[in-house]
Design a protein around this ligand. Structure first.
Ligand SMILES: *Cc1c(COP(=O)(O)O)cnc(C)c1O
Length: 481
């Protein structure tokens, strides 16, 4: 079809004098409000558009995007799970949204009470002794956790502990965090079953080890079934066990990390606990600690003294604060709503459904897209394409072809230890109809790989942006529009 309407930037659509809304000229000159020295001399170079131009421009852009509101979104490891609209409304109730950050504690008792109660609920679901809601993201939580571990070691004569051990199935932020905190990262390879290789761990552990960081479930979607023994080995050399619990929807209600020896962990409220994420935030990565490490968590934390909620906690060993004020409250409120809405039995069902859905997809696609580790997985499964070297059809082609069928692509080429990885996390919130539709699309793509591989290799065919020319993009990058 010949294109008549051009796909232009808003600045290209601009015509001098076009306006959305016209106001009467102000009665007083601008310098009645702003000193002359601060007034701009020339008008800003903004697009001049009518209201229709503007609304249609942004509506069209939004429709070219994939989102949870529009499509199945099986992005492994980082997917958006349950994001009820009702919590969005609650998180912006005026009493919360209009609270001034410098308001005296007596004026924000409700906000502090909610934060305190969430700390208590997170303690309950993890078994840990204390939680801070300060960190603004998962990776920020990791940094908070590692600095907390350092404060702990400093107080226990562990200044010579300079290493952090990270298995190759960890989330990429784990080694980055340890490095950023000034530690030497010691990488260990996984065993053939996709879990930590205990012999490799033993060989790496020493009195130089500060922390072992485990992603649980790990990034191949597997539970570290020997985590108790691992914790014993870690504690045996005086190190601390850190758990990356960003994807806690696989464990919530089923297991408490404190019971298997975790000393410090973070959660992602903007993954498991109902807050939407994407586009860079805001997020919330609360960090919990076992009793012996809790005094070292950053200052401040909400406590309750004689029925009053306060940030004036008295913890002299705390390693300092990680963020101005106390956490991203709008995300904290959603997490609180989530844990208040569901009782322990329902939380367990959430984890069971997350696990069931991932295993359903894995089992349905077996023989076509096999799981790299052919065993039961947790909340996500890591699939591989059928013989990419023989067919010439690679994971990126399959991801692009899925867009043609109306599905957002899974995470691809991650985790790094799985060649041509397709990492699918259906989440607990999708029903069987949607899972069956996804499986049907994957089966169709499988047939295409066998009969008409070119159609997959040239996908997407239905999207506003087709294949980019990757060679030219690398050789002759055009960095300005
Ligand atoms: C998403 C994720 C992180 C990082 O969380 P951010 O909020 O994006 O910083 C860390 N670990 C795991 C396992 C994750 O899935």
């Amino acid at each position: 079809m010949q294109e008549i309407l051009k796909n232009e930037l808003s600045i290209e659509k601009s015509r001098p004098g076009r306006r959305g809304v016209r106001f009467e000229k102000a009665q007083k000159p601008a310098d009645a409000y702003v000193p002359q020295a601060y007034l701009r001399k020339t008008a800003p170079n903004l697009p001049q558009l009518s209201e229709f131009d503007t609304v249609r421009h942004f509506t069209r852009l939004s429709q070219q995007n994939y989102s949870l509101d529009g499509q199945f979104y099986p992005l492994g490891s980082c997917t958006m799970k349950y994001n009820p609209k009702a919590y969005d409304v609650l998180s912006v109730l005026p009493g919360f949204a209009n609270a001034h950050p410098f308001a005296p504690e007596s004026a924000v008792q409700g906000t502090l009470e909610l934060a305190y109660n969430l700390q208590e609920l997170l303690k309950k679901v993890t078994g840990l002794s204390a939680f801070t809601l300060q960190p603004a993201a998962g990776a920020h939580g990791e940094l908070t956790g590692i600095l907390t571990a350092r404060a702990y070691h400093d107080a226990h004569g562990g200044q010579n502990r300079t290493e952090v051990i990270v298995p190759d199935t960890a989330h990429g932020t784990n080694p980055a965090t340890a490095n950023m905190a000034g530690y030497t990262v010691v990488n260990i390879k996984s065993a053939p079953n996709g879990c930590v290789d205990k012999a490799a761990l033993k060989a790496a552990l020493s009195e130089k080890t500060a922390v072992v960081m485990l992603t649980v479930p790990n990034t191949v979607g597997l539970f570290e079934s020997e985590i108790r023994e691992i914790a014993e080995l870690v504690h045996g050399v005086g190190a601390l066990l850190y758990m990356d619990g960003a994807n806690f929807n696989a464990l919530i209600g089923l297991a408490k990390p404190a019971d298997f020896g975790v000393d410090i962990m973070h959660l992602n409220l903007h993954k498991t606990f109902a807050a939407p994420h994407g586009g860079g935030g805001p997020g919330s990565g609360p960090v919990g600690a076992a009793e012996h490490v809790a005094p070292f968590l950053p200052h401040p934390m909400v406590s309750c003294v004689n029925g009053k909620y306060t940030l004036a906690d008295n913890r002299p060993e705390s390693h300092n604060r990680m963020k101005a004020f106390y956490g991203n409250m709008a995300v904290v409120i959603r997490g609180y709503c989530y844990l208040r809405q569901f009782d322990g039995k329902t939380l367990k069902e959430i984890a069971e459904n997350a696990i069931l859905n991932a295993n359903y997809v894995r089992a349905c696609l077996k023989g076509k897209f096999n799981a790299f580790f052919d065993r039961n997985c947790m909340h996500e499964c890591v699939l591989t394409p059928p013989d990419p070297h023989a067919t010439g059809v690679h994971t990126s082609d399959i991801a692009k072809r899925l867009l043609d069928y109306g599905f957002y692509a899974p995470t691809i080429y991650f985790p790094l230890i799985v060649p041509e990885a397709l990492m699918v996390e259906p989440t607990e919130t999708e029903n069987k109809d949607m899972l069956d539709a996804f499986v049907a699309a994957m089966e169709k793509i499988y047939d295409e790989i066998k009969t008409d591989p070119q159609v997959v290799k040239e996908a997407p065919h239905t999207q506003p942006v087709k294949r980019i020319d990757e060679v030219s993009a690398a050789r002759q990058p055009n960095l300005r529009w």
